[in-house]
Design a protein around this ligand. Structure first.
Ligand SMILES: Nc1nc2c(ncn2[C@@H]2O[C@H](COP(=O)(O)OP(=O)(O)OP(=O)(O)O)[C@@H](O)[C@H]2O)c(=O)[nH]1
Ligand SMILES: Nc1nc2c(ncn2[C@@H]2O[C@H](COP(=O)(O)OP(=O)(O)OP(=O)(O)O)[C@@H](O)[C@H]2O)c(=O)[nH]1
Ligand SMILES: [Mg+2]
Ligand SMILES: [Mg+2]
Lengths: 291, 276
């Protein structure tokens, strides 16, 4: 673990009254190593480490009696602060039905997350409707329908219509049936596919969802920054759902995306079952990233 | 290294960063840089352009492990077991692979052994119809190994060349699911050896890809990797570490969501793309 590695470094450096620049770099290198191992983007890692260095040197912890512990404390605090956000709730304000849209790369967990959100909101007393707006992937609509059936949530959509028409019909039907929330599942897409990015921009423009959530696989590596930035710049979103956190991926992508886009991580998907959705806990994520 | 001194620290740091940003990982990136330094010294290289070529060559060589192409069973049905964590592109890859083999004159049937995930069987069936191959399936929730076994039996009865088995996505950390995979292979091998176990890896995956490869290899013996979603911006550099440590060849790459978006792996092309 990082704690062990830092303790080893400081053991070797013991007996020095004040650490040289080179020795400070040795300590910082261990932190950078741990971050890269955890898939934190290399530019974000560099920036993060320099902030830690500034604090560590400024607070003179490097010469303290327990330097490793103190450095870890700073690293952890900096990370929890960076990962945390005050805007973690879903925005339910505005005219009904409240519309939530899920977007993201192929296979990131959108369809499952849509159903999970529906179940979660239903348990909170809301009346959601699911909209299957993925008309490309074979049996995508069926997939959402099977999940909707499991939780007793109505699913609209069909593969023979256009996504904009599907959403329009769904919103009308939702209002008529008294549903206060509409959750739109969209097809997986590449951030460099301008046509597909246009599609979700159009849905956004016309239906003004109160909440647009980007789903990202927790095992995503360095590319997470490119993806998050592109979705932010071309469509913009309100929060991130980090998925497959029940695995052993360290999840450094979370830190990278938060640092680079400023968007909060709102939910953590921790399994394939529909109840496997949790609020995002920055302190747990920080411990996980640091291994 | 003498040649290395012709290039300053910035040059090597920049090279390391290109590798890291491609998900090659820090330890492997350091190893690649060292290999290049050695090579440049030996070749007495002076120009940065030649150094870039050395990087591409070193990476391409590291990725030239093992044989590409599907290993066919000389004495019977060829069984290809497709495995990997959730959402990497297994089902879509199977459709592409069936199409590829079909175009090469092989007869293929599919086994819908993902009996767990919502509409997984339907998804594979739609693909099977598009490709023009039969899909063996049971009811959702039924035993995966039984589906695979039945598919092999059907292939044997009809003289079909190959069976491609679709399995449910599973995290390598889930012991019972990894055990199920072992069971599927074991049950099939009562009939014929499984000549190919393909691990489908998403190119956007970071360092966890190496852990996935280790676990799947240990559990069910991976004979090849298919690296998907290379049509995105992720470089898939984790395969360098995978091939280096585990010696598993990359057999194909996925470059899109359509039937023809599967290409045989080309180490030179991959190395070229990594540094572009
Ligand atoms: N273990 C685990 N699996 C998950 C989680 N979320 C989703 N999955 C699985 O990941 C796979 C992909 O999930 P989907 O919901 O189909 O992903 P998607 O983003 O809708 O995929 P596309 O529509 O093709 O882009 C499925 O096998 C899901 O069961 C999670 O939190 N943990
Ligand atoms: N852009 C791109 N998308 C791909 C590629 N391969 C698969 N996909 C997409 O990735 C998503 C997931 O593909 P699936 O074939 O369902 O993945 P899977 O591994 O079978 O998923 P599970 O069975 O749920 O674990 C789908 O939207 C596919 O169209 C690829 O090479 N490029
Ligand atoms: Mg989906
Ligand atoms: Mg599948």
């Amino acid at each position: 673990s990082l704690t062990d590695r830092l303790q080893d470094v400081f053991k070797r450096l013991r007996g020095h009254a004040k650490l040289s620049e080179k020795q400070v770099q040795e300590v910082m290198r261990e932190i950078r190593l741990a971050l890269l191992e955890a898939d934190v983007n290399f530019k974000v890692a560099k920036e993060f480490v320099s902030q830690v260095q500034e604090r560590a040197v400024g607070q003179e912890v490097l010469q303290s009696l327990t330097p490793a512990q103190q450095v870890i404390k700073i690293v952890n605090e900096e990370m929890v602060e960076l990962l945390g956000s005050k805007e973690n709730a879903v925005n339910f304000s505005g005219k009904l039905p409240v519309t939530i849209m899920l977007i993201g790369l192929q296979g990131s967990g959108k369809t499952t997350a849509a159903a999970k959100l529906a179940r979660h909101l239903k348990s909170k007393g809301r009346s959601p409707m699911l909209v299957a707006a993925d008309v490309y992937r074979p049996a995508a609509v069926e997939q959402l329908k099977v999940l909707g059936e499991k939780i007793g949530v109505e699913v609209t959509g069909s593969a023979n219509q256009k996504p904009l028409d599907i959403v329009e019909k769904a919103v009308k039907a939702a209002l008529k049936a008294g549903h206060d929330t509409v959750i739109i599942d969209t097809a997986g897409r590449l951030h460099i596919d301008s046509e597909m990015m246009q599609e979700i921009s159009q849905i956004k423009k016309r239906f003004k969802p109160q909440e647009i959530l980007l789903t990202v696989d927790a095992m995503t590596g360095q590319d997470a920054v490119n993806v998050a930035l592109a979705f932010k710049e071309q469509v913009d979103f309100d929060g991130i759902v980090l998925t497959k956190l029940d695995g052993d991926a360290r999840g450094g992508a979370a830190l990278s995306m938060r640092a680079v886009t400023g968007k909060p991580i709102k939910f953590a998907s921790v399994g394939e079952k529909l109840e496997d959705l949790e609020p995002f806990y920055p302190d747990r994520m920080a411990s996980r990233i640091l291994g | 290294a003498l040649a290395a001194r012709r290039f300053d620290e910035d040059f090597w740091e920049n090279a390391e960063e290109i590798l890291i940003s491609a998900d090659v990982g820090l330890p492997m990136s350091v190893e690649v840089v060292e290999a290049v330094k050695t090579r440049l010294t030996a070749l007495k290289v002076k120009e940065p352009e030649e150094a870039l070529q050395a990087f591409k060559d070193v990476v391409a060589e590291k990725l030239s492990v093992g044989e590409t192409g599907i290993k066919f069973n000389p004495d019977g049905v060829t069984v290809i077991l497709v495995v990997g964590v959730n959402g990497t592109g297994k089902t879509t890859t199977i459709a592409k692979l069936a199409n590829y083999m079909h175009e090469q004159g092989k007869t293929v049937i599919l086994a819908a052994a993902d009996t767990f995930r919502a509409a997984a069987i339907e998804q594979l069936e739609v693909w099977g119809e598009r490709v023009g191959v039969h899909t063996v399936k049971h009811r959702p929730g039924s035993d995966s190994a039984a589906v695979a076994y039945d598919a092999v039996e059907a292939a044997q009865a009809r003289g079909i060349d190959a069976v491609i088995v679709d399995t449910a996505g599973r995290l390598h950390t889930k012991v019972n699911l990894m055990e199920e995979l072992r069971k599927i292979k074991r049950i099939v091998e009562r009939k014929v050896p499984v000549t190919e176990v393909l691990l489908v890896l998403d190119a956007t995956t970071g360092q966890n890809g190496l852990i996935q490869a280790r676990q799947f290899k240990e559990t069910v013996g991976v004979t090849g990797i298919v690296l998907t979603k290379l049509d995105g911006t992720a470089k898939g550099g984790i395969v360098v570490a995978i091939e280096h440590e585990l010696g598993i060849p990359i057999k194909f790459i996925g470059v899109g969501e359509k039937m023809h978006d599967l290409l045989p792996f080309d180490p030179t092309g991959f190395a070229e793309a990594l540094f572009s």
